[in-house]
Design a binder for this molecule. Structure first.
Ligand code: PEP
Length: 251
C-alpha cells in the first residue's frame, strides 16, 4: 500500500508574515488528515522558517529545485547538501517551469536527480507533456523520454527511491485539470513502463498528479488506481484548500 503524498509547491510566493499564516493554518487542521503525508516546498529563503514551525508535526519539507553540483563557483545556486543541512527531505527536479522558462533539459534534470539522491534527498521528478505534444499524440513518448534520461543515468533502482509527479504542462496553473481518466491513463503508462524493468520498483514508487488540483477535483483524481497523491501549486497557498486536498486522501 502506497501512502499518498500531498506536496505543496509554493513557487515564488510568500513573505515572512504570509508564510507564518500559511503554516499555522496548515498545522491547525492537520489532525483531520488521517492518511496522506503532507509536504511543503517553500522558496529557499523561507525553508529555515518553515523548518522551525513544522518540527514535530509530521509535515515534510522540500525544496522546489536543487543544483547538480556539490559546491563551488555556481553563483545563485543551492547545493543538495545545503538542503539536507536545513532539514529538507524532498527536492523537486524538472518542474515544467524550470524546463520551459530556464531551459533545463532532460540531461540536466537527471544530473540534479542524481545529485539530490547522493546527498540523501528524495527527488520529486516532474514529467509531462505540453498541449502541443498531447495534440500530436506523443504524450507517452515525451514522458518515456523524460524518465529514460534518469533511468539511463541512475538505473531503475533509483526510481524506487524517488517520487514521480506527472504534470501535464497544459494543466499547470491554468485551471484546466486532466480528467481522472486522462491522468490515470498516463500514470498507468508510467507504472507499466517501470514494471517492464522492475516490478518491485513499479509497485513501490509514488506517482503524484499535478495540474490545477483543487478541493473540487482531488477526491476523484486520488481515487484512481495509479494516482498516489498530488503536487499542488495554487491551491497549496490556501491552508483550507491544501488541507481539503489532504483529506481527500483519507482512507
Ligand atoms: C505545479 O506547479 O506543480 C502545479 C501543479 O501548479 P497548479 O496546481 O497551480 O496547477
Amino acid at each position: 500500500m502506497r501512502q499518498p503524498l500531498v506536496a505543496g509547491n509554493w513557487k515564488m510566493n510568500g513573505s515572512l508574515d504570509s508564510v507564518k499564516l500559511l503554516v499555522d493554518g496548515i498545522k491547525g487542521g492537520l489532525g483531520s488528515v488521517t492518511t496522506a503525508e503532507m509536504a511543503v516546498c517553500p522558496p529557499y529563503v523561507y525553508i529555515p522558517q518553515v523548518a522551525g514551525m513544522i518540527e514535530g508535526t509530521g509535515i515534510s519539507l522540500g525544496a522546489q529545485d536543487v543544483n547538480d553540483q556539490e559546491a563551488g563557483a555556481h553563483t545563485g545556486e543551492v547545493a543538495p547538501a545545503m538542503l539536507m543541512d536545513i532539514g529538507c527531505r524532498y527536492a523537486i527536479v524538472g518542474h515544467s517551469e524550470r524546463r520551459s522558462i530556464y531551459g533545463e533539459n532532460d540531461e540536466f534534470t537527471a544530473r540534479k536527480f542524481a545529485a539530490a539522491r547522493k546527498a540523501g534527498l528524495v527527488p520529486i521528478l516532474c514529467v509531462g507533456e505540453t498541449l502541443e505534444e498531447r495534440e500530436q499524440g506523443i504524450t507517452e513518448q515525451v514522458v518515456a523520454r523524460q524518465l529514460d534520461a534518469v533511468i539511463g543515468l541512475e538505473g531503475i533502482g533509483a526510481i524506487g527511491e524517488c517520487v514521480i509527479a506527472y504534470e501535464p504542462v497544459w494543466a499547470i496553473g491554468t485551471g484546466k485539470t486532466a480528467t481522472p481518466d486522462q491522468a490515470q491513463e498516463v500514470h498507468a503508462f508510467i507504472r507499466g513502463k517501470l514494471a517492464g524493468l522492475d516490478s518491485g520498483v513499479a509497485d513501490k514508487v509514488r506517482i503524484l498528479y499535478g495540474g490545477s488540483m483543487n478541493p473540487g477535483n482531488a477526491a476523484d483524481l486520488l481515487a484512481m488506481a495509479d494516482i498516489d497523491g498530488g503536487l499542488i501549486g495554487g491551491a497549496s497557498l490556501k491552508p483550507d484548500d491544501f488541507l481539503d486536498i489532504g483529506r481527500a486522501g483519507n482512507a
